[in-house]
Structures are given as structure tokens and as C-alpha cells.
Write a protein that binds this ligand. Structure first.
Ligand code: CTP
Ligand code: MG
Length: 590
């Protein structure tokens, strides 16, 4: 995961245009930044130029008054330049941050509405990197990238023009060192670019590794795999360090080289300049101003390669982010029927489904469940039970057949309305960090606490919650690690019951819980399914027995159906399952 193969490519202007399309709401700021860049470029040669005049005109003629006036002018220009530069830096960074903020919201929203199958294929670490790191890199396109580069190029051009106009021979002499500088810059750009990409890949790998191992820490420690994992981490970490050091090496070589080139230019200036002065071909003021011009010229040149890299990385990051934005695996919701008043009959006719084309998981499932009745689904692991319920609320789309609710195709319903009227309790309960109440309401502020308590009382879990420190405000740490499996399951029951759904789906957890919790869960399940259409993937005999109909699944087909008594009589697969479970129960008692 995470290793992003980044092809080196020249600037993609289409991508750049798309990045800039996000500035559309902030056009004013963008134009202001461009105008500021131009103004700053134009006034940058002004101070050296005035310096030259002060020496050549006022010092030469000993005009103290004029000198004073010129000094004040230079001071004013300095103040104006500083204020403009502040505003330029501030606004371009503001623009970058604002665009990044918008973009991150857009991407996260996109992710939220992504088809669930997308997550079976896309590693979470990758999506985290997209929403956090990659978007951050896009910020740099604004703050250090394109606008800054344009500003720098304009400044360089302005200075060179003024220099050439002032004295083109001297300019040529001073800039004789430029080929060396260009060579060094090119080498530097390549070296840093390579290390940049290595660093980024290493960061992504580090992120993914740490994230995965923190999540799976239980397994790591339970299997005493700490040393091995630490070793692997060390490897990735070392790659990160080496890549960084390569980059730092390039910087450490490049900057002194630039200093040397600048020093050479200044040397040439003094040597050739003095020669020209001695021949009365130029003035001292020109030499002084050229000294300033050269310094002004080298400052942006020094960072130019760096900025180009930043820009390029930003564009590459943008390309990745846009891939997420462009993925069209989102849910289609063309249905208009509201599910508020459904009675809750469910009918499957020859439903076929697969996660990956060519590997069928459900191969023609048909059943009819009347409103208010309970259907129990049993079968071996991997038989397709969870898949059967995942398609009922369209988490996945079916490939063939039809699913009807109250006689209407699933697609006729507004999916959000439908989903809010199908209560679901999943095999593994996922809890978010937050309070117990937050976890039951899923942070819906419209649901008053009284409703939460009422539901909990109905399910018989109010006492258990009140025993927790803080009661409903008990802080569930990440993923509910502070609660037992059974307790988590009970909370998820409350979550499902809160909306008083017409249809209830229950994927019973197989994990055995202590007898007190078991009783609680039994009671809660009875409350849950009473008076509702219920599809229960059942492991508890008591639940199965109470069902109006039982279907037995195997490898994606229904192999038996009936009620408990008739299936026992048939002495088929159900009978085998049943006796196996009975035997297990006896063992537990013994
Ligand atoms: N499967 C898949 N992609 C998923 C989920 C499941 O390819 N995102 C496959 C599994 O490999 C399995 C089949 O779909 O072969 C059926 O899975 P599932 O419906 O989850 O099986 P259950 O009957 O629910 O099994 P269990 O009792 O273990 O929960
Ligand atoms: Mg399952």
C-alpha cells in the first residue's frame, strides 16, 4: 500500500489549470497576488537605481540637500516594498490554505459518498494520505509554487533589463558565471526531486505501517511479534532517513556553490568595473548599484530550483487527489419513494451478486418475507449470509434478479430514506470515539437524550449503561476498546432501535459472552425483532427457533427452508448444524 509510483513528467498544464479552478471563489485574491507580483518585480530595481544616482549625482556634486531627499525616497520605497511583500506573502498563503481547506472538504465528502465496494479495494492508509498529506502538498503550489515562481521570474527579468540598459558590457561580465549556476541548479533540481519522491514514499509507508500496527496491536502483542515488527519498522524508517539525508546533501552542496558563483560574479564586477572606471567608461554609482542588483538577482535564483520541485510535487499530489475526486463509484439515488410508511415485506427473486465479477457469492436467492415476520438465515462461514443483508440496503448493488420492499424495487426508493428505516446490527460492532450517547445517536443532535434512555430501557440495557462511570456520557475510547464485545453489541442494538425501523437486520455475533450478558442480549433481541420484519443471521438456537421461517445457505444458494420443526424432521443440513450447536452447548455446560 501507500507506495506511490510517481512518474517523472513535465508540467501538466491541464492539471495546473484544474488546481487553479479551485481559486474561482477567491478570484479577487488571486488577481491581487498577480498584481502585487508584478508591482514588486517592477519596483525591485528601484532602490539600487536610486543608490546609483545618489552616488553619481549628489555625492559627486556634494549636494547634501538632494542626498537627503533621495535618502527619504529610498526609505519610502523600502517601506512600500516591505508592506507589499508582506501583503503578497500573506495573501498567497491565505489563498493556499483556503483552497486546501475547500479541497479537503470536497475530497472527504466524496469519500463519504463513495460506494462501499470502493473500500474493499482502496487501502485506508492511501485515502488518509490523499486527504491529509497530498492536499497539503497542493497548498505549496500556491504559497511557494507557481505565484512565487512567476514573481521571481518577473523580478529577475526586471533587474536584468535595468542592468543591461545601465551598462550591458558590465552586465555581460558579471553574468559570465551563469552557465555554471544553471548547471548547478539543474543538478540540484534533479537530486532534490529524486530524494523528495523517496521521502514521500517513505512517509506514506511509515504512515501505513504505524496505522496498521496500532490498530492491530492486540495481535502483535498476543503473538509476541513485537521484535519482528520493530525490525520491519526500522527498515522503513531507515529508508526515510536515507532519503532525507540525500536531499540534505544536495542542499548542502548547492547553497555553497551558489555563494561561490555569487562571489565570482562580484569579483568580476570589481575587476571589470574598476577597469571601466579607470577608462572613464562607467561610474562608481554603477558599481555600487550592480553590487545590489547581483544580490537581488541571486536571492530568487537560489530558491528557484527548490520552488520548481515544490510545484512539481504539488502537481503530482493534485493528480492523485483528483483521481479520488474523479472516481465515479458513488451511489446512484434516482428513487423517489419515501420509506416512512412501509409495512416492511421483503421479497428476493433470483438475486445474484458478486463482489468481484466472475466470483459469484449469491447464486439465485429467492424468498418472500411478509411484513412483521422473522426470517432466520443460517449456514456455514462464508456461505454468503452477510452478503445477503448488505445488498438489502444497497451497500452493494446486485447483478441479477430483483429485491422488492412492499412490492417496489429497491431502486424506486430514495436510498437515504430507505436506509434510515432499515435498522441494522452488524457482526462486528464499530464504535466511534465519543460518549455512549453519541455512539447510539451517531451524533445526531436532533435526538433528545430522553429517547436514547427510553430505547435503552426497552432493551434492558439502561442499568448497564448507568453503571459505567458517567453513564451515557461515558467516554468510549477509540473503537470502543474499553467495552466488552457483548457490551458493544448491546449498544449497537440501541443504535438500531432508536429509529424504530420497520425492517430490522441483525447479524448476530458468534462470540460467546458471559451468561449475564447473554440474558441481556437475548432479551434485547426479542425486543428488537418484535413487531418488525426481521432478517436475522442467527447463531443462537433460541433466536432461530422463534423465527417464522428459516433458510439454510451454502455457497451462495439456499439449500433448505422451512421452520425449525420441519427442518429437523428433514434430517438435512439444518439438522446437522442444529445437533452440532446442541453438542457445543452441552460441552459448555460440562
Ligand atoms: N467476500 C468478498 N468481499 C467482501 C466480503 C465477502 O469477496 N467484501 C466473499 C467472502 O470471501 C466469502 C463470500 O463473499 O467467500 C461470502 O461472505 P459473507 O457473506 O460475509 O459470508 P457469511 O456467510 O456472512 O460468513 P460468516 O458466517 O463467517 O459471517
Ligand atoms: Mg457474516
Amino acid at each position: 500500500m501507500g507506495f506511490m509510483t510517481t512518474k517523472k513528467k513535465s508540467f501538466d498544464f491541464k492539471l495546473l489549470r484544474r488546481i487553479f479552478s479551485f481559486t474561482a471563489p477567491y478570484k479577487g485574491t488571486l488577481y491581487l497576488a498577480i498584481v502585487l507580483a508584478i508591482v514588486l518585480a517592477v519596483i525591485s530595481p528601484l532602490r539600487p537605481f536610486l543608490m546609483q544616482r545618489s552616488v553619481d549625482v549628489y555625492v559627486a556634486t556634494k549636494d547634501l540637500h538632494g542626498l537627503m531627499r533621495l535618502g527619504i525616497e529610498i526609505l519610502c520605497i523600502l517601506v512600500v516594498e516591505s508592506v507589499l511583500r508582506f501583503w503578497f506573502t500573506y495573501r498567497t498563503n491565505w489563498l493556499g490554505q483556503t483552497v486546501v481547506n475547500d479541497l479537503r472538504n470536497t475530497v472527504f465528502k466524496k469519500i463519504l459518498f463513495q460506494d462501499i465496494g470502493y473500500y474493499d479495494r482502496t487501502p485506508i492508509g492511501t485515502l488518509t494520505t490523499r486527504t491529509i498529506n497530498d492536499i497539503e502538498a497542493i497548498n505549496d503550489v500556491f504559497s511557494e509554487g507557481i505565484i512565487a515562481i512567476v514573481a521571481d521570474i518577473l523580478t529577475i527579468i526586471a533587474i536584468m533589463v535595468v542592468m543591461t540598459v545601465t551598462d550591458w558590457r558590465l552586465t555581460l561580465a558579471c553574468l559570465a558565471t551563469f552557465p555554471l549556476l544553471i548547471l548547478a541548479t539543474w543538478w540540484f533540481k534533479e537530486a532534490v526531486n529524486k530524494s523528495f519522491q523517496r521521502v514521500r514514499n517513505a512517509v506514506a509507508a511509515l504512515n501505513a505501517y504505524v496505522q496498521e500496527h496500532l490498530t492491530g496491536m492486540y495481535i502483535v502483542q498476543a503473538f509476541a511479534a513485537e521484535k519482528r515488527e520493530a525490525g520491519k519498522f526500522d527498515e522503513i524508517n531507515r529508508e526515510h532517513r536515507d532519503a532525507n539525508i540525500k536531499g540534505i546533501f544536495a542542499y548542502s552542496v548547492f547553497f555553497p556553490i551558489v555563494e561561490i558563483v555569487l562571489a565570482c560574479s562580484l569579483g568580476l564586477l570589481v575587476w571589470y568595473g574598476v577597469t571601466r572606471i579607470l577608462h572613464y567608461q562607467c561610474s562608481i554609482g554603477v558599481i555600487i548599484s550592480f553590487y545590489m542588483y547581483l544580490n537581488l538577482l541571486f536571492r530568487p535564483l537560489r530558491m528557484m530550483a527548490d520552488k520548481f520541485n515544490v510545484l512539481q510535487m504539488g502537481i503530482i499530489a493534485a493528480e492523485r487527489v483528483f483521481t479520488v475526486l474523479d472516481s465515479d463509484e458513488f451511489l446512484t439515488n434516482n428513487g423517489t419513494l419515501k420509506a416512512e410508511h412501509i409495512r416492511g415485506s421483503v421479497e428476493f427473486t433470483d438475486v445474484r451478486f458478486s463482489y468481484k465479477a466472475g466470483t459469484p457469492v449469491l447464486k439465485g436467492i429467492s424468498f418472500k418475507l411478509e411484513a412483521g415476520k422473522t426470517l432466520a438465515v443460517v449456514g456455514h462461514t462464508g456461505a454468503g449470509k452477510t452478503s445477503l443483508i448488505s445488498i438489502l440496503n444497497r451497500l452493494y448493488e446486485i447483478e441479477g434478479g430483483q429485491i422488492l420492499i412492499d412490492g417496489h424495487d429497491l431502486h424506486d426508493y430514495d436510498i437515504y430514506s430507505l436506509r434510515s428505516h432499515i435498522g441494522i446490527v452488524l457482526q462486528d460492532v464499530f464504535l466511534f470515539s465519543g460518549t455512549i450517547a453519541d455512539n447510539i445517536t451517531l451524533r445526531n443532535p436532533d435526538i433528545p437524550r430522553a429517547n436514547v434512555e427510553e430505547v435503552s430501557k426497552m432493551l434492558g440495557i439502561h442499568e448497564f449503561i448507568m453503571r459505567l462511570p458517567g453513564g451515557y456520557d461515558f467516554d468510549v475510547m477509540e473503537r470502543g476498546n474499553t467495552l466488552s464485545q457483548g457490551q458493544r453489541q448491546l449498544l449497537s442494538f440501541a443504535r438500531a432501535l432508536l429509529y424504530n425501523p420497520r425492517i430490522l437486520i441483525l447479524d448476530e455475533a458468534t462470540s460467546s459472552v458471559d451468561s449475564e450478558s447473554e440474558q441481556l442480549i437475548q432479551h434485547a433481541i426479542d425486543t428488537l425483532i418484535k413487531g418488525r420484519t426481521s432478517i436475522v443471521i442467527a447463531h443462537r438456537l433460541s433466536t432461530i427457533r422463534k423465527a417464522n421461517e428459516i433458510i439454510v445457505m451454502d455457497h451462495g444458494v439456499i439449500i433448505e427452508r422451512g421452520n425449525h420443526e420441519s427442518l429437523i424432521e428433514d434430517r438435512g443440513a439444518y439438522h446437522n448444524l442444529y445437533t452440532a450447536v446442541e453438542q457445543m452447548k452441552e460441552k459448555e455446560v460440562l
